[in-house]
Design a protein around this ligand. Structure first.
Ligand code: F6R
Length: 609
């Protein structure tokens, strides 16, 4: 979603901002712009579409100045045109904004009545016009900002610069993240540390409601009440070097090939190979005493949570509930005192999941987050954190972060089972052994005969208009994941269904044009899934089976095509089969020629609800 970069520098700002915006491209955006201060005046360049367009504009009309702000915009209010691209402002002030100003219509009406002339359809311009009015009335920039912020409702991260003030930048955060970077005689603002990584590793995060007045000498932080507060400067672990595509065609391809390493990294952090037992950090709550677990997350992270639910119920016999965060937060369910709220998120910034976290805290839950970005808001606001250690994930569609989430959840369920006495040491050893075999199996899926079979099946799927994914038990969420991944990167309509639900409706869709992708590893539910596949085949559906050799042999008579995956314990099958369905989506997207890393309309870090 939108990205912000601000620089109070010693060098020309626009090229540095452009480069930093490039590091935020992964978040998804549809226009971009930069404003700088030159001889006290604000100048800006903006362009619709990808950063290449802005680069071309800047090559024709460079932007001088060492103070500047830049933005990649993911349209919410107003089409993704140059005119609606940020920065917005007047001759007095320039503003970039992430989030949504919910009272923008009321502000616009009020400001127009005061004679302010709006140029765009955006909610953001109400902030710029409000500031402009206060500046016109003679307020100093800092006072104008303080007063304007009190008028804003909704969610925002803001960066502001002011004509005539080359040594001033103001940042504010309410519901959308913002970080201040400290350099040598230079200061920075960024919507995440990744934007700032090559510029500085000294980062302070604004807390919700904070705003910061920044000069080249440093930053002063104020909280919501206007009191000056200290915000710790931390050394970010991100480096500018970490991100490159290497020899891969897409970040998604690279990240798919990182599955084995990432899963292995999680396991080596969480499993003692000598005792084959799970070793987790101490939690500030007793797993044995948790009356109920409530899982909340969005998209793929939610599907990981659904697999986690099956594991927690079966291995630890923990009553567990799960809901997408955008529903959970408004459903506002009663939660038992002392329960555990479990959030799953790659970015750790997803607006709905953050709201679910805060609701859980209000309901007296212990809050545990499984996040990939250790410096994220979610990690900072939770009682305990389990990191997924997947490294930066740049492709918009989640891949390695998803299998890392599953691996962490698997370890957590084992630890919970041990703590609650539902899992003995021998069973724990067998299941950790099964987990330790996953990286090797995942590498086989990515490189071996399975990869070739997936390539052939992709040709079939690329022709389809609709695709049905079926699974049962812990593999039902993998059917959901397979369908979501196909939809988002190939734009082919797909649905994930619990295999047993098929005859309650979706079976009506089946004819010879509809591929039915079955996630069917050998295990206790295999025969049940096989019966559902018979029903699909009997209606002419093209049944495409993902199974192991034993399962594939049993389904030979009905399968139109088969991907044979390494045999594994059913416990770990969701992790392995996730690799395969993600790979299938990628191969189909390649055939369709879509923008794999930045699919249309999608954003990586969804910071609006
Ligand atoms: C799908 C995908 C999204 C995210 C969702 C949650 O490929 O990437 O569905 O899983 O937007 O994002 P995080 O995990 O950052 O909370």
């Amino acid at each position: 979603m939108c990205g912000i970069v601000g620089i109070l520098g010693a060098r020309p700002a626009a090229p540095l901002i452009l480069e930093a915006l490039g590091r935020l491209e992964y978040r998804g955006y549809d226009s971009a712009g930069i404003a700088t201060l030159h001889e006290g005046d604000i100048e800006r360049r903006r362009a619709e579409g990808k950063l290449g367009n802005l680069t071309a504009v800047l090559a024709r009309r460079p932007l001088p100045g060492t103070t500047g702000i830049g933005h990649t915009r993911w349209a919410t209010h107003g089409a993704p045109t140059e005119g609606n691209a940020h920065p917005h402002g007047t001759s007095r002030v320039s503003v970039v904004h992430n989030g949504i100003i919910e009272n923008h219509a009321a502000l616009r009406a009020e400001l127009e009545a005061e004679g302010q002339e709006f140029q765009t359809e955006t909610d953001t311009e109400s902030v710029a016009q409000l500031l402009d009015l206060y500046l016109k009335r003679g307020m100093a920039p800092e006072d104008a900002a303080g007063q304007a912020l009190r008028r804003l409702e909704g969610a925002y991260a803001l960066a502001l610069i002011f004509a005539g003030y080359p040594d001033l930048m103001i940042g504010a955060r309410h519901g959308a993240p913002l970080a201040v970077g400290f350099g040598e005689d230079e200061m920075f603002l960024g919507s995440d540390a990744l934007a700032l990584a090559p510029l500085t590793r000294q980062i302070a995060y604004l807390e919700d409601g904070d705003w910061a007045v920044i000069t080249r000498d440093g930053a002063r932080f104020m909280n919501r009440a206007g009191q000056t507060v200290d915000r710790a400067i931390r050394e970010t672990r991100l480096t500018g070097a970490a991100i490159g595509r290497g020899a891969y065609r897409h970040f998604m391809e690279k990240e798919l090939h990182e599955h084995p390493v990432v899963i292995g990294d999680v396991l080596s952090r969480m499993i003692d190979p000598a005792t084959r037992s799970v070793v987790l950090p101490d939690f500030p709550f007793d797993l044995a005493a948790i009356p109920r677990v409530t899982i909340s997350a969005c998209g793929s992270a939610y599907y990981a949570g659904l697999v986690g639910r099956v594991w927690l119920e079966s291995l630890a016999r923990m009553p567990t509930d799960g809901d997408v965060a955008s529903e959970f937060r408004y459903r506002a369910p009663p939660l038992p005192a002392g329960g555990l709220g479990l959030l799953v998120s790659q970015s750790g910034e997803t607006a709905d999941t953050m709201a679910a976290l805060r609701y859980m805290q209000d309901e007296g839950q212990h809050v545990l987050s499984i996040v990939n970005v250790p410096e994220s808001s979610m990690a900072r606001e939770s009682d305990a954190v389990l990191e997924t250690l997947a490294g930066p994930e740049i492709g918009v569609a989640s891949t390695k972060a998803f299998t890392a989430q599953l691996t962490v959840l698997a370890c957590f369920a084992l630890a919970a089972g041990r703590a609650r006495g539902t899992l003995d040491a021998a069973r724990e050893a067998a299941l950790t052994q099964a987990l330790m075999e996953v990286p090797g199996h995942a590498a086989e899926v990515l490189e071996g005969a399975a990869a070739e079979a997936i390539g052939r099946i992709a040709e079939r799927i690329a022709e389809a208009r609709d695709v049905l994914y079926l699974g049962r038990g812990s593999c039902f969420p993998i059917a959901l994941e397979g369908a979501l991944k196909l939809k988002e990167i190939s734009y082919i309509h797909a649905e994930g269904y619990a295999a047993g639900e098929m005859k309650h409706g979706p079976i009506a869709l089946i004819d010879r044009h509809v591929p039915v992708v079955a996630i069917a590893p050998s295990g206790p539910l295999f025969e049940k899934t096989a019966s559902n596949l018979q029903e699909a085949a009997a209606r002419g559906g093209q049944v495409i089976v993902f199974s192991d050799a034993a399962g594939a042999a049993k389904l030979q008579g009905i399968a139109a095509a088969t991907v044979v995956l390494p045999a594994c314990d059913p416990f770990v099958a969701p992790i392995l089969y996730a690799v395969a369905v993600q790979m299938l989506a990628y191969r189909v997207a390649l055939l369709k020629g879509t923008d794999v890393d930045q699919p249309r309309n999608l954003a990586k870090s969804v910071t609006v609800e």
